[in-house]
Structure formats: structure tokens, C-alpha cells
Design a protein around this ligand. Structure first.
Ligand code: ATP
Ligand code: MG
Length: 364
């Protein structure tokens, strides 16, 4: 496929990863007439139930990767903790969007911060950490409390330890697992927002309206649109995401999580992290916009036109975490709400099981 030839309906989209994001992408792909082939290691893979084909194999199974590459027309991924090597191998055989570079940067918190800083963007004050001694030294330089985060494999607040006093550092280093990390000051943000941005291979971008995100115990709890931030703050946030997407030569949907520090038009925006994929804080788009983030991503990687993501409704997305999902009979009956369940077979505390979009007519 070249950038000026859209992938025709009937083509097969390969998705790396079998979780809920893969499932929601697969459904969106089906709505545009594509077939979907999931590649995922053995486990609970709710995406497989809605796809035409699946390869269940290890990320580094070369034979399986070659067979998969041969069976699909384009490859994308639904989460960033896939070995870079897997995507590198596939990219030699088939187009992969977003590319290896975006994956490599987004899976490493240090690379993410280095990139943001090199683009002149604000981030929380931080230091790279490779040893207990590094951490002890950083804890005297940075304003405490600070958060120690493993460089790789963190999600939903996992791999993070709060450091309140300089004498806590040895224990924090032990808890994080003595792995390469970054430590960053805890930011007294006013709100958290994110940008859900789509970018086509021709460099065209489309941004959804900005959601305001609330987290509980490190896990996203709700995303509300419109966000209670001034219009100029939203515009600056989108400009930041566009700058990052351009620097990564990005194709697909990119999410940028930001802290809003201070109030009003002069508030400062700090980049928290980037996700090279559709994002939980964009799940409201399915029911409040003419085109969802999932369809937008499929369109971008297939070289299709990117429509204006017109929002027709105000909305709050609420994650159903762990046992929350057991309330499904009431949630399914709730007026003005749309329930999305992921089909995961096991309920565990902290596990994302579904989400609910509560929609009202758009007021602003
Ligand atoms: P996810 O993948 O769900 O986005 P994650 O595990 O990658 O989460 P982060 O986004 O780094 O983790 O942190 C999760 C949440 O913890 C943030 O959205 C924010 O609410 C809080 N948090 C993280 N870092 C900071 C910080 N430096 N200052 C204040 N709050 C923070
Ligand atoms: Mg995050």
C-alpha cells in the first residue's frame, strides 16, 4: 500500500494485541468492510471473539509473525508494551502504522520525556534513575513528593511508587523492582486532559474535542466532554499533540495525556505521557461523535479520508472496573447511557471490564 492508495474494503487489517482496544478497533474495522486478524499471545483475548482470524503465538515467534504478515494488508497495534523487535520484524514484511519509532518512544517513559523536552514542551521535573544511589541523589534535588515510575511496562498506575521523604528512596527502589526508572515531582495539577489526535500519512490531522480525565488509584475513572478548561488551553493542547505527531511522522490515532497547572488562559500544560494508539480517554467518541476514535484510527492506517470528528453530544465516560461490571443489568437499563462490555472472562480488582457513555444533547 502506498500513502495515496486507500486500502479497499475487503482488505485485512492485522492487529497486535487481543485486549479491549483491539476488540473495539476490530468492530470499527468491520463497519468499514474490512476483515481483521488478531495476533496475540495466549491468554484472555477478548478481541479474538470479534475477528475473522487469530494467531495465538509469542511475540517473538518468527514463523508465526511471517505467516501473519503474509495474511494481512496492514498492521497496527492496540497497546505499546509489545517488544520493539516484533514490530521491527513485521515492518520488514508489511506496512505497520504507527511506526516502530513511535512504539519505541511511547513504551519508554524516559524516551518520552526526552522527546517532549527536545520539542520544547513542558514535563514534570524529572530525573532518570538506574540505581538506588541515583534515586537518593534525585530525591534531594527534586521537590517531594515525587513518583518513581519504571521506564518500561507501566500501565494503570502499575510500576509506580510514591516517595514522600528522602529517606524513603531505598524502599521505593526495591518496590519498583530495581529496574530502570524515572522519578518525577508530583504535579499539583488543576485538571488532567488528553488529546485524541488522528494523523494521516499525508500529514493531515484531526483532533477530537478535549476530554477532562479523573483518575482513581492511578486508573482512569471518568472522561468528560467538554472539559472545563478555556478554549485556548484546548487549542494549545492540540498544538502540542500535533507537534509530537509530526516529530514521530505518526500515522493513526495518538493520545497525549496532559496536566493543566494553574488557572485560566495562562495555565501551563505539562505532557504526562503519550500513547501510540486509541486511548481509554477517547472511548466517549463512540457515542458522542459522528466518527469514533476507533474508526478514525482504522481510516488513518488504511489511507482513507479523515472526517471532521464532529461532536453532537456532551458525554461522560465511566470505566467499569473490576466488580463494577456486575451492575450491568441496571446500567443496561439506564436512560441516556450506552453500555460497552469487553467480554473478558475473569473479573479482577482493577481490571477494565467495560465502560458506560452517559450522553446528553450538546450545550457548548
Ligand atoms: P495509564 O496507562 O492508565 O495512563 P500509567 O500507569 O501509564 O497510566 P501515568 O499516566 O504516568 O500512568 O499515571 C497515572 C495517573 O497518576 C496520572 O494520570 C495522574 O493522575 C497520576 N500521576 C502520574 N504522574 C503524576 C505526577 N507527576 N504528578 C501528579 N500526578 C501524577
Ligand atoms: Mg497515563
Amino acid at each position: 500500500m502506498t500513502s495515496d492508495t486507500p486500502l479497499p474494503p475487503g482488505s485485512t487489517i492485522g492487529i497486535l494485541g487481543g485486549g479491549q482496544l483491539g476488540r473495539l478497533l476490530a468492530i470499527a474495522a468491520a463497519e468499514l468492510g474490512f476483515s481483521v486478524h488478531i495476533f496475540a499471545p495466549a491468554g484472555d483475548n477478548p478481541a479474538i471473539g470479534v475477528a475473522e482470524a487469530a494467531t495465538v503465538a509469542d511475540w517473538l515467534d518468527e514463523t508465526a509473525l511471517a505467516v501473519f504478515a503474509n495474511a494481512v494488508d496492514v498492521v497496527t497495534y492496540e497497546f505499546e508494551n509489545i517488544p520493539e523487535e516484533t514490530v521491527r520484524r513485521l515492518a520488514e514484511m508489511v506496512s505497520v502504522y504507527p511506526g516502530v519509532n513511535a512504539l519505541a518512544i511511547a513504551q519508554d517513559r524516559l524516551a518520552e520525556k526526552t522527546m517532549a523536552t527536545s520539542l520544547g514542551l513542558g514535563v514534570a521535573p524529572y530525573a532518570p534513575i538506574d540505581s538506588a544511589a541515583d534515586l537518593a541523589a534525585a530525591a534531594v534535588k527534586l521537590t517531594l513528593p515525587a513518583i518513581l515510575k519504571s521506564r518500561w511496562l507501566g500501565y494503570d498506575g502499575k510500576g509506580q511508587v510514591l516517595i514522600e521523604r528522602p529517606e524513603d528512596t531505598d524502599e521505593a527502589w526495591r518496590i519498583v523492582g530495581a529496574v530502570p526508572a524515572v522519578v518525577e515531582s508530583r504535579v499539583a495539577f488543576r485538571t488532567e486532559i488528553s488529546v485524541i489526535l488522528a494523523r494521516g500519512s499525508n500529514g493531515e490531522t484531526r483532533a477530537f474535542d478535549i476530554p477532562e480525565n479523573r483518575h482513581e488509584r492511578g486508573i482512569l475513572s471518568t472522561s468528560t466532554v467538554p472539559a472545563a478548561v478555556p478554549v485556548v488551553i484546548g487549542e494549545r493542547a492540540i498544538a502540542i499533540a500535533e507537534q509530537i505527531a509530526a516529530a514521530l511522522d505518526y500515522v493513526g490515532v495518538l493520545a497525549v495525556e496532559l496536566f493543566v497547572v494553574g488557572e485560566g488562559d495562562s495555565a501551563e500544560l505539562l505532557v504526562n505521557e503519550i500513547a501510540p494508539r486509541v486511548h481509554n480517554s477517547g472511548h466517549w467518541t463512540s457515542d458522542a461523535c459522528l466518527v469514533s476514535q476507533f474508526e478514525m484510527h482504522i481510516r488513518a492506517i488504511a489511507g482513507w479520508p479523515l472526517p471532521d470528528p464532529i461532536r453532537h453530544s456532551d458525554v461522560t465516560m465511566t470505566n467499569l472496573i473490576g466488580a463494577d461490571v456486575e451492575g450491568w443489568p441496571e446500567l443496561a437499563a439506564e436512560r441516556g447511557a450506552r453500555l460497552h462490555l469487553y467480554g473478558k472472562s475473569i473479573v479482577r480488582p482493577g481490571r477494565k471490564m467495560g465502560h458506560l457513555n452517559r450522553v446528553t444533547p450538546r450545550r457548548n
